[in-house]
Design a protein around this ligand. Structure first.
Ligand SMILES: NC(=O)c1ccc[n+]([C@@H]2O[C@H](COP(=O)([O-])OP(=O)(O)OC[C@H]3O[C@@H](n4cnc5c(N)ncnc54)[C@H](OP(=O)(O)O)[C@@H]3O)[C@@H](O)[C@H]2O)c1
Length: 373
């Protein structure tokens, strides 16, 4: 290993970047906290309790391939927190490839995952490097639940629900609106099928009597991860936040997008959506509280003669995400990924391993797993 600190958190001044740094400190991993504004990063990190015991440095970097490559050279892993990733991810992936670093981000954007897989998957695999967009609560925790169900052979259909309670950050809100202009897919008999515009579902939420309003939420990551998994032929996902009024707001915006924004040229669509997102969330949400910020990942898996249901009750979407990123980096410093190239969290690190990590930090309960057939 070179003298350079081996892990780079890009976008360390953000809500999630800070949490990745916090968990890297707890795992004793030296890191570089990078981003476009060193003073802002330092101000954020200065508020992390115990940060004086972390081995880190703050580095300012321009968002372009050349500058990012120069920063990444000599490091091993990049955790990219600068989203929406369909907008900003490509330059960071290119720089990782040039510098020979593993790439991870926290996307939940299906369109970005498809681009990343198509454009860079084989190139990363050829170098033995991991390309893992979406190591995050949305959707790694649900992927863990799906894999627990799939331990029973003979199940080929996944019906997934992912919900969390909390306030999306600035970049999360930008991301939620950016995905409105993408095509959203589910998986049917191993083929991508486009969701009709404006699809919503009233879902039964495990563990409570009230239902919730959910959306295919950009299609999510699961159909992409399970497309080439011989166990799974069908995969549909619903997701969102618990607050019905927030979901109703997203549905109204979706309708307004179809009517007023979709006819505009693509660049202008992006601009209009970014403006709406900024008007909704401009400030940093409060730190998560496990008594308020709960999460549910529920998977029904079925086959002709078998069924399984797995529910993972957890808390703190953003903390789960920070921990998953930090653990993945920690793991990559000691062993190669189980699957190089384009891979999910479970494919690269194992679903039981990731579950154990989330549990050991108090972020999820023991899964509730029922299996029949
Ligand atoms: N899937 C999940 O479960 C999950 C969970 C958490 C987060 N996320 C995703 O992760 C991403 C980050 O979220 P967050 O909560 O950390 O958001 P955030 O608090 O708004 O932080 C965004 C970060 O990106 C940086 N940034 C923004 N525009 C940039 C640009 N043009 N060039 C360079 N840096 C730029 C910001 O730097 P400045 O401080 O300089 O503005 C900041 O460090 C979002 O896309 C979000 O959707 C997903």
């Amino acid at each position: 290993m070179s003298a350079k600190r081996p892990v780079i958190v890009y976008g360390a001044s953000g809500y999630t970047g800070r949490l990745v740094c916090e968990y890297l400190r707890e795992l004793n991993i030296p890191f570089i906290a990078a981003g476009r504004d060193a003073a802002r990063i330092q101000a954020v990190l200065d508020k992390v309790p115990g940060i004086e015991s972390a081995d880190y440095e703050v580095v300012a970097v321009d968002h372009d391939v050349k500058a990012l490559t120069a920063l990444f050279k000599g490091a091993s892993v990049v955790c990219n927190m600068v989203g929406p990733f369909i907008k900003f991810g490509g330059d960071v992936v290119e720089a990782c490839l040039a510098a020979g670093c593993h790439y991870m981000d926290t996307t939940g954007e299906q369109d970005w995952m498809l681009v990343a897989q198509e454009e860079w998957g084989a190139k990363f695999a050829a170098k033995g490097l991991l390309l893992a967009p979406c190591i995050a609560q949305m959707y790694t925790t649900g992927e863990i639940a799906a894999n627990l169900c799939l331990e029973k052979p003979g199940l080929d259909t996944l019906d997934i629900l992912v919900l969390w309670k909390g306030f999306p950050t600035y970049a999360s809100t930008q991301t939620i609106f950016t995905i409105l202009k993408a095509k959203w897919y589910y998986l049917e008999q191993n083929k991508y099928v486009e969701w009709p515009a404006g699809s919503t579902v009233e879902v039964a939420v495990p563990g409570q009597h009230a239902t919730a309003l959910a959306l295919p939420w950009g299609g999510t990551s699961h159909p992409v991860w399970f497309k080439n998994d011989p166990r799974v032929a069908n995969c549909k996902v619903q997701g969102g936040v618990f607050a019905r009024e927030v979901m109703q707001g997203v549905v109204a915006t979706q309708k307004m997008f179809e009517e007023n924004i979709k006819p505009l040229p693509l660049a202008q669509q992006e601009e209009e959506l970014a403006k709406i997102a900024a008007s909704i969330q401009a400030a940093m949400p409060p730190r998560e509280n496990p008594r308020q910020n709960t999460t549910i990942d529920s998977v029904y898996a079925s086959g002709p003669l078998g069924r399984a249901h797995c529910v993972i009750h957890g808390n703190c979407n953003y903390k789960q995400t920070g921990l998953l990123q930090a653990y993945a980096a920690y793991s990559l410093l000691q062993a190669p990924p189980k699957k190089p190239g384009f891979a999910s969290g479970c494919q690269a690190f194992g679903h039981r391993e990731l579950l154990g990590v989330l549990k050991s930090f108090g972020l999820v309960m023991d899964p509730v797993l029922t299996v029949h057939g």
